[in-house]
Design a protein around this ligand. Sequence first.
Ligand code: CA
Length: 225
Amino acid sequence: MKLLLVEDNQQLVEDIAGFLTEDGFVTESAGTLHDAEEKIALYQYDLVILDLGLPDGDGLDLIPAIQERYPETAILILTAKDGLDYKVKGLDWGADDYLTKPFHKAELNARVRSILRRRFAGGHNQVTFNELSIDLNAREVTVNNYLLKLTRKEYDLLLFFIYNKNRLLTKESIAEHLWGDHIDQADNFDFIYNHIKNLRRKISQAGGGDYIRSMYGMGYKFVTG
Ligand code: CA
């Protein structure tokens, strides 16, 4: 899952990005409202973690742009301002949750997981499709109760496909989701082919169906029927 951290405190950015990355998230950051607007115009995120006190404005002003462009993107407000009015305003504008600084990283982590679970997995820790079962906490995939040995990229790839069932995913969108925004500088996105090939092989070797179709010249699709 790919997150955008909008925060002007560089030390906090490094800390948060550090532990979220360790936890398996692809984490991008923006230090100003302007940078964040640019990122949102160019790239898609599963979750935006939004500081409200930014050097060039109020983080709340970013919410309508996020919602207009990507309604499925979740928003977690992060701020030192703990006034009730402010909190209510953020939630009214469409933020999913709110965390007041200072916070413990375990709490941020729990909020992030809970928001993503609600947004993408119907509130469950387990995502299942036919014989495939994904344990979101353990980051494990089983096929008919047989545990697959997946690399981190293969796991992220499968989750991205399952959350976007029957939707054409371009190679570029897959690459950006799994490797980060900077990958759009790559000459081509053929490197994802091997990851997809290995994922399909591991699923089928365990007796699972072959749901991932290559859409020639366009990308890939997880086909359910
Ligand atoms: Ca700030």
